[in-house]
Design a protein around this ligand. Structure first.
Ligand SMILES: Nc1ncnc2c1ncn2[C@@H]1O[C@H](COP(=O)(O)OP(=O)(O)OP(=O)(O)O)[C@@H](O)[C@H]1O
Length: 471
């Protein structure tokens, strides 16, 4: 394995790495830093926790220190928390050169951000939505001269999921220069390779870690088969066990919806577990505060939706529990990748109902790993089942008495407004669509009924003829 000096990095950067406890490059750094320094576009795909961030931060800082100006580099990333984490790496490694960065994410003061952008920071780290808003609404800054465009978690940025970034990306790509270096990184690049190649036009250098297995060796991957109604009892039992058996422990729990995230948090708090949550229905300041309290071990359990499944680097996390089996292997890879990072050991436990077994098979096939059953004393789980389910019901009732669902509705309306549509018109359009669908369904049912009646009529006639023939 080579050292950082042989990759072409300056002494001051190598010293800075040492201060962070980084002395030898990881394979992705070893393979991607030199071509980036040569000026090539780069697509890097390596397992979770393998140092992809430094693989782009280091060469950018090297080049920036040779010819510093602002705005030199734009980094796009799918979540706000990740933007802060990336900016922090730039800030720490770039301290000796007086690096100035700026973070542009939703949920924070837009005017403050516009002011910071106008001061020409060296590095801008942004989520696509908010940056596109700035580009649309302001001419006090320009990204026309950037040298580097970086898409971290690049496949997620191009995915058309619930948070669809494609329109915002179009705006951003229209504002950056064609002559630039484009760097794309993720642990799961290969699924969207063709789309990504179109963004990195400059015959990109592509590097992928060789291993067939897509999760890290140090991760012990387990599952528990459970009926839906017993899931929460298993969860409480698992946490109790970890708390009893370990002095220093930290768990991330993933669930599919904001509401369930909230209910589970309330429920675990009622059992006196030091629990906190992170989901998109929380105010941004609360999201940051909760994450920071979890990182500093004030709270030992973080319950989150997939807003926290990518990129977050919290070395203390020893266990990841999937309260629901992820529908996509990719989501599974990122979720369980929150533990066993940078050579550490970790455990992941996925709660699987009888309806999710096919999902486990597809995860196993995709990751080339077999999940092993996690041994649990079922008697112990059954002992707490009623108490857990009663507590959950109490929390559900408590949440219903708050304005949680109402807030969700308001958030939906806000989103529609941000998309430039009228929420009332949208609601009307949806209702009309439903009506039309209902009409179509009734029409289909009627046809079906007529066909059946006809068939029945023909059968009846045939039967009568046979009977008459017999008489
Ligand atoms: N060369 C290195 N030696 C030791 N530790 C390193 C090295 N490079 C990075 N690290 C550390 O490894 C951890 C994981 O790095 P990073 O967050 O960049 O992973 P990643 O590959 O981006 O993971 P993910 O796919 O989950 O986003 C960080 O704490 C980082 O400081």
């Amino acid at each position: 394995m080579s050292d950082f000096a042989s990759l072409g990095l300056s002494d001051w950067l190598i010293q800075q790495c040492k201060q962070m406890g980084i002395s030898k490059p990881t394979p992705i750094q070893e393979n991607c830093v030199p071509p980036i320094l040569e000026g090539r576009d780069c697509m890097g795909c390596a397992k979770t926790g393998s140092g992809k961030t430094a693989a782009f931060v280091l060469p950018v800082l090297q080049k920036l220190s040779e010819d510093p100006y602002g705005i030199y580099c734009l980094v796009l990333t799918p979540t706000r928390e990740l933007a802060y984490q990336i900016a922090e790496q730039f800030r720490v490694l770039g301290k000796p050169m007086g690096l100035r960065d700026c973070i542009i994410v939703g949920g924070m003061d837009m005017i403050k951000q516009a002011l910071e952008l106008s001061k020409k920071p060296h590095i801008v780290v942004a989520t696509p939505g908010r940056l596109a808003d700035h580009i649309r609404s302001s001419d006090t800054f320009s990204i026309k001269k950037i040298q580097f465009l970086i898409l971290d978690e690049a496949d997620r940025l191009l995915e058309q999921g619930c948070a669809d970034f494609t329109k915002d990306l179009e705006v951003i790509l229209g504002a950056v220069p064609a002559k630039r270096q484009t760097l794309l990184f993720s642990a799961t690049l290969t699924d969207t390779l063709q789309e990504l190649k179109a963004i990195a036009m400059n015959q990109p250098f592509f590097w992928e870690s060789k291993s067939e297995v897509r999760t890290v060796e140090e991760l012990d991957q387990r599952f528990i088969l459970t009926p839906e109604k017993v899931k929460d009892a298993y969860l409480v039992h698992l946490i109790q066990k970890f708390q009893d058996e370990h002095d220093d422990w930290s768990i991330m729990i993933f669930t599919s919806t904001c509401k369930n995230c909230q209910i589970l948090t309330m429920m675990l708090q009622k059992f006196n577990f030091p629990t906190i949550s992170l989901h998109s229905m929380m105010k941004q300041k609360q999201r940051f505060a909760n994450l920071s309290m979890f990182k500093s071990s004030v709270y030992k359990i973080l319950i989150a939706t997939d807003v926290a499944s990518r990129g977050l680097d919290i070395p203390t996390v020893q266990v990841v529990i999937n309260h629901n089996t992820p529908g996509l292997p990719k989501t599974y890879i990122h979720r369980v990748g929150r533990t066993a990072r940078a050579g550490r050991h970790g455990v992941s436990i996925t709660l699987v109902t009888q309806y999710d077994i096919h999902l486990v098979h597809s995860i196993e096939e995709n990751t080339q790993t077999k999940l092993k059953e996690y041994p649990v004393e079922e008697k112990e789980v059954l002992k707490i089942l009623t108490q857990v389910n009663v507590t959950r019901r109490e929390c559900e009732i408590q949440l219903e008495s708050t304005d949680f669902d109402e807030k969700k509705e308001i958030n939906k309306r806000k989103q529609i407004i941000l998309e430039g549509k009228d929420p009332d018109m949208e609601a009307k359009r949806k209702a009309e669509l439903e009506k039309l669908k209902g009409k179509k369904r009734r029409f289909k049912d009627k046809i079906q009924e007529t066909i059946q009646n006809k068939q029945y009529g023909m059968q009846k006639k045939k039967l009568m003829k046979t009977v008459q023939g017999l008489v």
